[in-house]
Design a protein around this ligand. Structure first.
Ligand code: PLP
Length: 401
C-alpha cells in the first residue's frame, strides 16, 4: 500500500492543496500526447482565453507555467523589474515573508511594511511612502491578497486608490494564490499589473501549474526589465504565442486537460456563485469558531478571509496537537500554525471544490478533537451555528432545478 490508509474519505481541510473534483481527476487520467500536434495548441488557445475570466481581465496576457506559486512569484518579479529596483512589500504572515525573502534574494531593494500577524497590510504606511516618493523611486508594490498563514484578506481596491491618489506609477504585483477563484478579484478594475495563482488552490487541481497574468503596463515593463530570467522569461512564451504553437517547452498534457475541466466546472457554477459559496463557507466557519468560544487570529472583520480561518487555541493547548489528533483519529487534515503562530493556531482551509455538508463534517471533527485535547467545547455547538447560517443561505444547485 503506497499511502497511510484510513477508512472512508480523508477530510482534506488544509488551505491547499485542496480536493480535486472527480471530473478533473477523470480528465487528467489519460496518456501523454504530442504537444506539437494540432490538438494541444487548440486546447491551449481556449485555456489562455478562458483563464483571463478568473482574473477578471480582458486586457491581460496570461501565462500557464509549469511551476508552483513560488515560481509564479519569481516570474512576476523577474519579468517586470531590474536588480536594485526599489519595491514596497507588506509582511503580514508566512507567505508574505517568503515572498519578501525571494524579493531580497533577487536583489531588489525591499521596503518592508510589517504588521502584527493577524492584521492586514498597513495602508497608512504605504500612503506615507508614496507621499514621500515624489521622484517615483518605488517601482512596484507587492501584496499578498490573502495571507494563508493567518487568514487575512487585504483590500486591493484601497491600494489602487492610494496609488491613483498620489498619481504614483508603481506596478502592483499581487499574490492571489489563495484568493483567485474563491475571493472577489478584479484585475482590470483594480489596476493590478501582475496577478498570479497556483493550480492546487481554489482551482482544485494538482500542484504544478502557476497561472500568471500581466497587464499591458507590466508587458511594457517586461521590455526593459533587466533581471536575469530564463525558464520564466515571458518573451519565450510570446514567441510561441505568435507562432500559434504556444509552448516554449513541454507542458503537462494531463494538467492542461485538468485545467480545461476545472474551468468548465467553475463556469458551470458561475464564478460569482463560486465566490458567494466561499463567502458562505467562510462565514459559517467563523460562526462555529465563535460558538466554540475561541478567537479568530484575524483581528478585524474587514480582513476576514473566506478561504482560510486560523483559529487561536487557549495557551494551555498546543495547536500542533489538534492537527495531529485530527489526522490520527478522525482522518481529518487541518493546517498547522506556521512560524510566529506555530503552536498557537490551527487552520481550517475552506477553499476550492467544497460544499456545505463537507464543511459541517470538518467542523464536527474539530469539535471532537478540541474535546480530545482538553478544551471543554460543547459538542455540536459550532456545527449548529454553522448549519443555521448555511441552511438560510445555501441556494439550490442551478443545474438540478
Ligand atoms: C498565499 C500564498 N502564496 C504563495 C504560496 C506558495 O505557493 P507554492 O507552495 O505553490 O509554491 C502559498 C502556498 O501555500 C500561499 O498560500
Amino acid at each position: 500500500m503506497d499511502f497511510v490508509y484510513g477508512p472512508g474519505k480523508n477530510h482534506l481541510f488544509v488551505p491547499g492543496p485542496v480536493n480535486i473534483p472527480e471530473p478533473v481527476i477523470r480528465a487528467m487520467n489519460r496518456n501523454n500526447e504530442d504537444y506539437r500536434s494540432p490538438a494541444i495548441p487548440a486546447l491551449t488557445k481556449t485555456l489562455l482565453e478562458d483563464v483571463k475570466k478568473i482574473f477578471k481581465t480582458t486586457s491581460g496576457t496570461p501565462f500557464l507555467i509549469p511551476t508552483t506559486g513560488t515560481g509564479a512569484w519569481e516570474s512576476a518579479l523577474t519579468n517586470t523589474l531590474s536588480p536594485g529596483d526599489r519595491i514596497v512589500s507588506f509582511l503580514i504572515g508566512q507567505f508574505s515573508l517568503l515572498w519578501i525573502d525571494q524579493q531580497q534574494r533577487l536583489n531588489f531593494r525591499v521596503d518592508v511594511i510589517e504588521s502584527e500577524w493577524g492584521r492586514g497590510a498597513d495602508l497608512d504606511a504605504l500612503a506615507s511612502k508614496l507621499e514621500a516618493d515624489r521622484s517615483h523611486t518605488i517601482k512596484a508594490v507587492c501584496i499578498v491578497h490573502n495571507e494563508t498563514a493567518t487568514g487575512v484578506t487585504n483590500d486591493l481596491a484601497a491600494v489602487r486608490k492610494l496609488l491613483d491618489g498620489y498619481r504614483h506609477p508603481a506596478l502592483v504585483l499581487v499574490d492571489g494564490v489563495s484568493s483567485i477563484c474563491a475571493i472577489d478579484f478584479r484585475m482590470d478594475e483594480w489596476g493590478v499589473d501582475v496577478a498570479l495563482t497556483g493550480s492546487q488552490k481554489a482551482l482544485s487541481m494538482p500542484t504544478g501549474m502557476g497561472i500568471v497574468c500581466a497587464s499591458p503596463k507590466a508587458m511594457e515593463a517586461a521590455k526593459t526589465a533587466k533581471s536575469v530570467r530564463v525558464f520564466f522569461d515571458w518573451n519565450d512564451y510570446l514567441k510561441f504565442y505568435k507562432l500559434g504553437t504556444f509552448w516554449p517547452y513541454t507542458p503537462s498534457i494531463q494538467l492542461l486537460y485538468g485545467l480545461r475541466t476545472a474551468l468548465d466546472l467553475l463556469f458551470e457554477e458561475g464564478l460569482d456563485n463560486v465566490i458567494a459559496r466561499h463567502s458562505r463557507l467562510g462565514k459559517a466557519t467563523r460562526l462555529a469558531v465563535e460558538a466554540w468560544g475561541l478567537k479568530n487570529c484575524t483581528q478585524r472583520e474587514d480582513w476576514f478571509s473566506d478561504t482560510v480561518t486560523a483559529v487561536v487555541v487557549p495557551p494551555y493547548i498546543n495547536s500542533a496537537d489538534v492537527v495531529k489528533r485530527a489526522w490520527t483519529r478522525y482522518n481529518l487534515s487541518l493546517g498547522l500554525g506556521l512560524n510566529k503562530v506555530a503552536g498557537k493556531v490551527f487552520r481550517i482551509g475552506h477553499l476550492g471544490n467544497l460544499n456545505e455538508l463537507q464543511l459541517l463534517g470538518c467542523l464536527s471533527g474539530v469539535e471532537m478533537v478540541l474535546r480530545d485535547v482538553g478544551y471543554p467545547v460543547k459538542l455540536g455547538s459550532g456545527v449548529a451555528a454553522a448549519a443555521a447560517h448555511l441552511r438560510n443561505t445555501t441556494p439550490m444547485i442551478t443545474s438540478r432545478i
